[in-house]
Design a protein around this ligand. Structure first.
Ligand SMILES: Nc1ncnc2c1ncn2[C@@H]1O[C@H](COP(=O)(O)OP(=O)(O)OP(=O)(O)O)[C@@H](O)[C@H]1O
Length: 241
């Protein structure tokens, strides 16, 4: 059996005051090297699932195992957050330093790198993402698409073992979209990607799942739907795995 990075079992979560749990007895495993697309309707609980995986929300039931250990308390999730990079749906939740370079260097410094090394690391990642020249830009004045790419840089700078990307293509223009696809295709880091774009998921993941009534489902129908969709609407050459 493949080595598991994370495993969720019987996970249940309900927002305060809600009658129905949005995540309801969910099972989900992310193996080493996995590349999973998560496509499901608005409000089905995708973002909630990511927040549970990061320990930002506490489940009312279920077990989360990460890197071979059951995680429950804040100490365990601190370790999870060092090794799992979450790209938030809203880049403004991710960026807080005055300049782009400071923002991207913050994570590596937090992981214990010296300031000089961390800044080098940050410059390297920015360049990889086509963001050379952005180092001294004022973070909060960037455009939506620029913010999203800088947010991705902050995540990649931490060399995560697992990437959780929440709608990473939102607000990206054609060229930036293509750059994101290229970066993800070149990366070996395990990933779960939330997107409503079948074509994008087809290019950057090798399996698909959905959320139905609070549970992860991986059915063949999804793949049929995907290919039908791509066949009808695809206008780019597709990367096949
Ligand atoms: N902080 C919150 N308090 C109460 N309810 C919430 C909160 N955040 C989300 N919800 C509800 O939980 C459900 C799932 O939300 P979630 O953001 O996880 O869905 P999603 O699948 O990521 O949706 P989308 O595709 O629109 O981003 C929604 O009905 C939403 O209204």
């Amino acid at each position: 059996m493949a080595e598991q990075l994370m495993h969720l079992s019987g996970l249940t979560y309900r927002y305060p005051g809600d009658r129905e749990p949005v995540i309801n007895g969910l099972d989900f495993a992310v193996d080493k090297g996995a590349s999973i697309g998560l496509i499901a309707p608005n409000g089905s609980g995708k973002t909630t699932l990511f927040h549970l995986m990061m320990g930002l929300l506490k489940p009312e039931a279920g077990v989360i195992t990460a890197f071979g250990r059951e995680v429950s308390g804040e100490k365990g999730f601190k370790e999870v957050r060092r090794r799992v990079g979450l790209l938030f749906q809203d880049a403004d939740d991710q960026l807080f330093s005055p300049t782009v370079l400071e923002d991207v260097a913050f994570g590596p410094m937090n992981l214990g790198l010296g300031r000089h090394e961390a800044l080098d690391k940050a410059r390297g990642v920015l360049s990889e993402l086509g963001l050379s020249g952005y180092e001294e830009r004022i973070t909060f004045r960037l455009s939506g698409g620029e913010k999203r790419m800088v947010a991705l840089a902050t995540v990649l700078a931490m060399d995560p073992d697992l990437l959780l990307l929440d709608e990473p293509t939102t607000g990206l223009d054609r060229d930036t979209f293509a750059r994101l696809v290229a970066v993800l295709q070149a990366s070996k880091v395990a990933r779960v990607v939330i997107s409503h774009d079948f074509d994008f998921l087809e290019q950057v993941t090798d399996s698909l799942c959905s959320l139905v009534r609070g549970k992860v489902v991986t059915d063949e129908g999804l793949h049929l739907h995907r290919h039908a969709h791509v066949h009808r609407h695809g206008d780019r050459p597709h990367h096949h795995h």
